[in-house]
Each structure stands twice: as structure tokens, then as C-alpha cells.
Ligand binder design. Sequence first.
Ligand code: AOF
Ligand code: ZN
Length: 362
Amino acid sequence: MDYKYMKKALSLAKLGIGYTNPNPLVGAVIVKDGQIIGQGYHKHYGYDHAEIDAIKNSYSDLKGSTMYVNLEPCSHFGKTPPCVYEIVKKGISKVVIGMVDPNPLVSGNGIKILKENNIEVVVGVLEDEAKKLNEIFIKYITTNIPFCILKTAMTLDGKIASKTGDSKWISNDISRKYVHHLRHKVSAIMVGVNTVILDNPYLTTRLNKRSKNPIRIIVDTYCKTPLDSNVLSDESKTIIATTNLALDENIEKLKQKGAEIIITPAKDDKVDLSFLMKELGKRKIDSILLEGGSTLNYTALNENLVDKVISFVSAKIIGGTLAKTPVGGLGKDYIKDAIELENVTVSMFDNDIMIQAYPKKV
Ligand code: AOF
Ligand code: ZN
């Protein structure tokens, strides 16, 4: 029974995807006498927490009921008052929790307060699922650095474009739709300026249903982003990450186009990515979808800034020694120095393969 209701709480939590960042995805179900008498979820950053939403939606006396919630109820005053006291006040007698809240302001304190008030507490039901669902939140709340997902799409022979630069399309439409779900889910999307110059993408989310556009981040050492680029369209905010190697007049022109400029120190004549990630974290950006190009991908991987890799492999072969591969840069000299990944999973989208994996933290 615990699993059934926790599964329900997790699926309610997923309804908040794209809208709660940098806060967690949380769902709650209240059960009494074998009946669901209330359910809710965290709908939007700053709105009611899932527990309060479920309590407000309940249609019967909550005394003696059990609440299932995928994250430990909070005990702090933040945007909203602590949930634990509301749970106590309503006479809920048992709380089943997916995972302890990694937020240092809560982390075990919510459980402690519930127990002090004679509420039975069970922790760790579907814990792996709960942690996977909130992998972005777990990284961001404990480090203040965004969770970075590197997304690549290549042919079976490992090319991201033909030797002429043609890349439309490597992956199929189901895979590309999934990428738009990822854009909706994250706070920001990041590309290098050469991708902007070559492909002139919008970097927006295009789904049939209601969705959110991520903030666009262009890594552009010299502020070369063309002023008529689609990434400067007003559908979303754009940040240009540059260095003091850029001319002031270029910076000024991009500012006038509405872009926010972040100047980082120049590291090997490039934007200092580690510095940039910290700056983005300060701006409440909890997650980034990194979509190339290959030099930027290598730098991010090499500096341990990538938390997850999502790689689409299509059943196509184009060949060509000069055709680009997903990860370029200087590269490693020896296999023993390879960036290793773990927790590898594979799914199929028609004939495309999607591989998800997590770089081992060194
Ligand atoms: C949420 N939604 O459903 C739960 C959260 O900024 P505040 O005041 O809304 O507090 C955010 C913290 O509350 C968050 O970091 C997490 O520790 C806890 N629980 N947050 O946004 C929820 N249950
Ligand atoms: Zn709360």
C-alpha cells in the first residue's frame, strides 16, 4: 500500500515539472480508511507546498489519516510557513516520506518535529525514485551550482553533422520532442557562440501543450553573437557569458538588444566555465541543458561540470573524417584518463537509442 500511494505522490509531483525551479518537485496524498481523501502537488515556485495543497484539497476530517509525500515536510519559514505544524494541527497521525530533504535548513528537522508530536514517520519508501525525480534539486540546494545535463545527438558512426555541416536531422522527431521536454524542465539552455552563428537556433521550447522557455545562455568569449540572431528574440531572457577580451562596444550593443552580460575571467582565452556556473547559481538557475558545440562540451566535461549525459544515437551512418563529433577540444591522450560514466540506462525512440548516464565524480 505504501508503494501504491507513494507512486501516486511521485506522479502528482511530476505535474510541476518546469514550473517549480529552483524548488523541488513534490506531491502528497492523504489516505484514511483505505480511501484517498486529499491530494496535491507543488504547482509553481513560491506557491503552496505539496502538503498544504493536499490538505486544502481534502474533503474529510484529517484526524487519524496518513500522508504520503515524496520529500520530507519542511520545518522552516521560507516563502511559506513550515508544513510540519500544519500536519500536526490537522491531526494527521502518520507520515510516509520518500526521502530526507537535502535542504540544510530542513534535513531531518521536519522528521524530528513530527516524531516529537507523536506522529508515526516512515522514511525511504521508493527512495531511489524520489531521489531521481529531484536530482536537480539535490545538487543545487547542496552546492548552489546548477545541475548540468549534456545532450548530444549523433549518427551510429559518431558524427553530429556531415562534413558540409548539415545536421538536420540526425535524430528522429520522437527524440527531438523529448529534447523539448528537457528544455521545458530546466531553468536554462547553454550553447557556444559558434552554434549560434552556424545554426541560428531559437533555443525555445516547442511542445503542443503548455510549456516554459528556458533562459538562453550563450558562451561567447569575444561577444561575437550577431545582433540579428534568433537567440536574441524576446520569447525568453538571454544571457551572454563573455570575458574581458570582448570589446566594450560589442558588449554595449548586446545589452541594448536586451541581453544580460556576465563577464568571467579569461581562462585559456575562453570563458571560465566554473566561474560562470557559480554566477548562474547565484541567479537561481538550478539546471542547465548544454547543447554544444563540441569544444564547449569538452571543457564542461573536463572541468567536472557535467552531472548527466543524455546521448541520442540514430541508426544512420554518414562517414567523413572531417565530420564533427559530439565532444571535441584537446581531448585526452590516454584511455586511462577517460571521463567515465555510471548508472547507464538505455531507451529506444523508434530506431533512435537514448543513452542516459552520469559522469563519475572525481
Ligand atoms: C517546495 N515545495 O512542496 C515542498 C518544499 O522557498 P520555500 O519557502 O517555498 O521553501 C522551499 C523549501 O521547502 C525547499 O527547499 C524544500 O526544502 C522544502 N519543501 N518546497 O518548494 C514543496 N515540500
Ligand atoms: Zn513545506
